[in-house]
Design a binder for this molecule. Sequence first.
Ligand SMILES: [Cu+2]
Length: 125
Amino acid sequence: MKPTKDTLRHILVTIVVFVLSLFAASLFAADQPDQVIKVTAKKFEYSPNEIRIKKGVSVVLEFTSLDRVHGFTIPDLGGVRATIEPGKATRVTIMAPKAGTYEFHCDLFCGEGHEGMTGKIIVED
Ligand SMILES: [Cu+2]
C-alpha cells in the first residue's frame, strides 16, 4: 500500500519538529553554564579576589564595576580577558584543564593602585 499524502506530511512534520527541538535543546544547554560567579571590580580590588573552580568545568564570571573601567585577564588561562564597565554586566567563560593557581589582574590602568589589582583562580581536581 502506498502511503497517503497525509501520512507523508505527518512524517515530515515529525522529523522537522524533532530536529528543531534538538537545535533548541542545544541552544538552551549552551545558555546554562555549570556555575555563575559574580565579581565586582573597583579601585583597586576584585571581590572576591580568590575564586575556586573545579578542573574541567566551565564557569561564567559575571563582572560589574563599581567605579570606573577596569580590565581583567588571566594570562595563563588561554589569554582570557575582558573590559569591565560600570553599570554593565560583563560575562567571561573560563575553564581550566589543569588544577593549579592562576593569577589574574587588571590590565587597564585605573590609577595609583592599579598594579596591586590582582587575584587568584584556584582550580581544584
Ligand atoms: Cu587597573
